[in-house]
Design a protein around this ligand. Sequence first.
Ligand code: FAD
Length: 393
Amino acid sequence: SVIRCDVLVIGAGAAGLMCAMTAGRRGRMVQVIDHANKVGKKILMSGGGRCNFTNTGTTAANFLSANPHFCKSALARYTPWHFIEMVERHGIAYHEKELGQLFCDISSKQIVKMLVDECQAAGVQIRTDCGVQKVERGADGFHVHTAQGHFHAASLVVATGGLSIPSMGATGFGYELARQFGHEVLPTRAGLVPLTLSGKHQERFNELSGVALPIEARCNGVEFRNSMLITHRGISGPAILQISSYWQPGDELRLDLLPGQDALGWLRRMKAERGAAELRTVLSEVLPRRLALRLCEHWLPDRLVRQIDEPQLREAADLLQNFPLVASGTEGYRTAEVTLGGVDTRKVSSSTFESQLVPGLHFIGEVLDVTGWLGGYNFQWAWACGHAAGSVA
Ligand code: FAD
C-alpha cells in the first residue's frame, strides 16, 4: 500500500524536524523518515550533551560556502530569537557560555523532546528505522521506496546531514540523491576537527599531551582566539577546531602563544628586570610550564635572559607570537563536528531551498555547501533553512 503525504522529509535531524513542524503547522500532511533507530542523534550528543542550540551573534560571516551570500535570506527570516522563543515556551532552562553561545542547563534531550512535541502538535508523523531504497520522480510527485513501504509525496525534502560521525548514522545519501537529480556536489571534507601532526612536531609535542592554553590560530587570512589543547594525536580545542575548517593539507598554520600581548616588550622588560633568571623560568610564568620547557629545549635560547641579545629577543618574540606549526592532516569524519562542501547552492533557491532543476525537491541543513563556525551556528543554520523550506514545501 502507498503512504500518501504532501511533504516527505528524509532525515529526522535538526533541519528535518524544524521543516516538518513548520509545514505541519500550515496544515500540510507531513511524514519524516530516518534510517537511524532514534531521532536527532547529533542533537543529543551536541555541546557535550547540553546542545549549543544557537548563537545570538549569528551572521552570514560565521559560515563557509562557495556562495557566501546564500545563507543570508534564511538567517534573516528565522533568527536566534525565534528559536529562543520556542525554547522558553517549552520551559527549557539555558545559559550563555561565552561569545553568544546558548546551551541547555540540563540536557540536549530537552531540545529533541521539544522538536518532537512540536512535530506531534502539528500532526507530523515520524518514522525511525526507515532506510530509503529508491527515489523516483513522476508527473505526480515523488515515489520513495523504503524499508517501511512506498511513500508518495508532492514535495521531497532532503535533510540527511553531512558525513561526520558515521557511527551516528551519517551517510552520503543526500549527495547521491542530489547527483541523481542533476545537482553538483562540491568536494566534501571534515571541518571543526582536531589536527594531526607529523615528524618533528609530532615528536616534540607528543609529550605535552594534556597541556591547554589560550592562543590565536591563524590560517589563510583568518584568525580565531580561543583555547588550544595538545593531545596524544595532535592539537585540538576550540581555536584549533575553528581554524581547521579553513586549513587544507599544505597550508601554513601560525599560532600566537601569547595572544593580545606584546612578547617583544615583555622579553625586553624581563631582560631589564630579571636578567639573572633563565628564559625557561620567566616563560613558565606566562605559559604552561611543560610547554615553556619544551620551547626552550627546541626552539628558544635556553639560557639566562641577560645573555640573549636584541636580534635573538626579536626572533624569540616572533616565534612566540607567530609559531609555525606543520599539521599533517585532520582526524577526519570520525571526530569532525561538520562536513564542509556538499550540494552546490547555486542551483538551489536561497529563499525556499527548492531545487532550480527539479520542482518540489528541497535541500536543507548540513547536506548543503554551507558550514558554520563552532558555537551554535550550525544548529541556527539548520533551524533557519528548515523553517524556510517548511514555510513553502
Ligand atoms: P543531522 O542533524 O545530522 O540529521 C540528519 C539525519 O538524517 C540524521 O538523523 C540521520 O540519521 C538521517 N539520515 C542520514 N542518512 C540517511 C538515509 N540514508 N536515510 C534516512 N535518514 C538518513 N552544532 C551546533 O550548532 N552546536 C553544537 O553544540 C554542536 N555540537 C556538535 C557535536 C558533535 C559531536 C557533532 C558531530 C556535531 C555538532 N554540531 C553542533 C553540528 C550539528 O550537529 C549539525 O550541523 C546539525 O545536526 C546538522 O543538522 P542536519 O539536520 O542537517 O543533519
